[in-house]
Design a protein around this ligand. Sequence first.
Ligand SMILES: [Zn+2]
Length: 615
Amino acid sequence: MRYVSFFIIGLLPFLVKAQVTPKYIFPINSGSQQYLAGTMGEIRHNHFHAGLDIKTEGKIGIPVLAIANGYVSRIGVSEGGYGHVLYLTHLDGKTSVYAHLQRFEEYLENYTLNRQYQKETYPIQLFPQKNKFYFNQGDTIGYSGNSGSSSGPHLHFEMRNAKQEFLNPFDEFSFSEIQDNIAPRIKYLAFKCLDLDARVNGAYGTLLVQPTKKNNLFSIQKSIHLSGNIGIEIYHYDNMSGAPNRNGIPEIILKVNQDTLFHQLKKSMSFAKQRDISAHIDYPYAIDKHITLNKLYKADGNKLDFYIKTNQGYLFDEIPHELEIILKDNHQNISTLQATLNNEGPYDSYFPHVTTFEIDENQLHYVSTDAASQIFLEDAFIPLQPYLSNENQYYYLWDLRSGLPDFIESGNLKIQPHFLTEIPSGIDYSFHNEDFILEVNKKSLFDTLYLQFTKEYDSLQEKLVYTFNDRTVPLRKDVIISLHDTDPQKNQYQVFKVDKKNRLYYVGSEQNTAGRFTFKTRELGTFTLDNDTINPIIKPISWDRMGLKFMIKDLKSGIKSYHATLDDHFLLMEYNAKKNILSARPKNEKKAIKGLFVLEVEDNFGNKTKISKPL
Ligand SMILES: [Zn+2]
């Protein structure tokens, strides 16, 4: 760390004349070519990536540099998330963020270690006073690592504005360290029916098409027939020169007959709107089919604001439509898809795969081997005609806005959708019956929820299981569920989530005396009540005066906390949840660990395991 002296300030005008210093420099290995594993705004599992992931050749311990003069405004240490992270605030009010570090520069490292000991905690967030720790451009502030939820060594780097919104670093400064002359790629183009009458190649659903590529021009070889209101979606990625990673791009434009229908440009984004990614992508498709489609329209409830122009689907008719999709990466490499959609020529019939029945938007879609069907709704049978048939398969559609059926019959097929009610989005809503209470916050839903519920005895698990819709329903905010079970034997039980393979995941719940088990969740699906009576496992890997390393694990409810002491004094331990490793280093690197060591690990049900050894 250097301090600006009057002497240097006096020389400054001379230096500026001699050599123009860049406003910002690259944060790692400055001056040589670097590669990215991620870009700002890139679509990740449940968020937009907030910065650049800079590859470090699989290594850790590479010096990380201050991109400009600035003071340390925040220091963070956490087991997950950003791990070891530093925030530098600069003169222009912007903040640069450096995450997943191995360690900080020595003075900051000791300062943090002292605070961890003072507060007797490993995870810590510190907000030092302005200018307490000041760095000049190019100073080493820490060393790159793989800490927190990082899945491999790299530097996660962000730029934020004064409102703490994350910015695209490529808009903030130009750096020669990253080279790219490869244009983005469109892997899939999808056409999704957005209303009851919409059809893609004769069927209702989402038709996935793989475009062909010639240079940077993509096209569609097959004839596609579209009618009704259709949403266009794409799966795209950007390879950059010299690295295989699939990165994101800031800009996409959709034109139909030369009219711009959709234009997205990611320049700044707020952390508060991160969950709206579930409306920006085709969420059920991503969950079911593991393909993340970027909608080129704005779905109901989507509050993101990086769209310059948008639409709610496009009404296709018999007139030919010239489709054009333009993708731009951070280095102005452009790809274009062009196609004429004219509903002419033979097309491949599309028979969507529907298991029993599916709910897509407001439509209930089902398949039967019988050419007739009826819907039982409010004590009356309504006959329904198939809209499509294929040999002995008949496809039916029912618009749920016309009512929620109690059951559906078609030949031998009997469908019970188990609807309870319709919950509108945008309002606080509470529903209860004898089995549960569901509380939905006004921000929880993106769109109307047709609430489905079953309570069944699972003989394999020997448990009652409660199912609320399924996990393809996107939720922006938690909903609160209280399961009702007065069985006194379940007194110590808590809530677990049950996945498709019948595996249990701890959710946790609070219990009141009336037999209500209350929990929050941001994912619907199947839940059950269960107990955990097994103590956590502690397996020593090494424990002597030179260092401590343990494998800690809990087989059922998971680890809640750990606590270590040396001669009854707090001992700081570092928990790597990814590897189930708990380790410790002495407060002073030169001193060996000496004294009576005690470690206690507790699971989420309060089961404890304790080990000790004089060192
Ligand atoms: Zn990252």
